[in-house]
Design a protein around this ligand. Structure first.
Ligand SMILES: [Zn+2]
Length: 287
């Protein structure tokens, strides 16, 4: 009798354990998916901010020693709720930075919402939203100091030309950084060489799959560093090659076309990232 009862119980236990294991695996996969989704969201969030706005936030951030992403979130969320004026106003952002630096909120994104409420004079629900937005922007590796750097050791000329018209009805899906032929180009992050060599539009190009899973595209090089090979691991700051005007840039001044593609295949505007990395490297900002 005892044997007859035990066997099914063992079966149930085994089934239960299997279900538990399966469930854990599924939950793990779901968490990874959520994390990647959030990462893409925050990259898009930064890419979509007006660059003058990002520059203002950075300027005020350096001056008052307040995290720039906090300024950005305070200003953005307040504006969305009709509490701020228009975006891109240097003076407003500076005032917010001043208020935060005078409060205990300084240098912390784990902000007490009451501090945001009092220093910004906003209701609780908006303070919560500001905190969440700040975390979404801040919780990303592209902001970690030392994780990324600018692709040049000297300051190039570059503007935001995202979406500008290009030959054949195409739109510009990157940022052009102008420097003389032969100026060395360095990897903005650590990752793996995914694509290397000639393509019709990009000319001599290097494609790096960053450790953040973003694809970084460097085009129109005069020459690729001959030591590189596909699948090679590279560190941030690795020499990728030299500035040129190959591919469809054959008739234009020497420049680096820099592109960033999300893991799903969507290109995003890299301009704000470049500005951020340039400031993080304490290089002069060109106009
Ligand atoms: Zn370009």
């Amino acid at each position: 009798m005892a044997v007859i009862i035990r066997k099914p119980i063992k079966k149930y236990i085994a089934f239960f354990l299997l279900a538990l294991m399966g469930g854990s695996v599924l939950a793990g996969l779901w968490l990874v998916k959520q994390r990647n989704l959030k990462q893409s969201q925050s990259y898009e969030l930064l890419a979509a901010m007006p660059s003058s706005f990002v520059n203002s936030c950075q300027k005020a951030s350096l001056q008052y020693n307040v995290p720039w992403e906090l300024l950005a979130s305070v200003y953005q969320v307040s504006a969305e709720h009709g509490l701020g004026k228009q975006l891109n106003e240097d003076e407003d952002i500076e005032n917010i930075a001043k208020a935060i630096s005078q409060s205990k909120a300084r240098n912390s994104l784990n902000l007490d919402t009451t501090i945001i409420m009092h220093s910004m004079n906003v209701p609780f629900s908006i303070a919560l939203e500001i905190r969440a937005r700040g975390r979404l922007i801040a919780n990303k590796s592209y902001l970690y100091s030392g994780a990324y750097s600018f692709p040049y050791a000297v300051a190039p000329y570059y503007t935001d030309t995202w979406g500008a018209d290009r030959a054949g009805g195409r739109k510009h899906e990157g940022t052009d950084l102008f420097l003389p032929e032969g100026t060395p180009i360095y990897s903005v992050c650590s990752g793996k060489v995914e694509k290397l060599g000639w393509n019709k539009l990009g000319g001599e190009r290097v494609g790096i799959r960053g450790n953040d899973q973003i694809y970084y595209y460097y085009a129109h090089l005069a020459e690729i560093n001959p030591d590189l090979y596909t699948g090679m691991k590279v560190n941030r700051g690795a020499l990728l090659g030299y500035t040129g005007h190959t591919g469809d840039a054959i008739a234009t001044p020497d420049h680096l076309h820099f592109g960033m593609e999300l893991p799903g295949g969507k290109w995003i505007n890299p301009y704000n990232f470049l500005r951020y990395w340039q400031v993080a490297n304490v290089l002069p900002i060109s106009k």
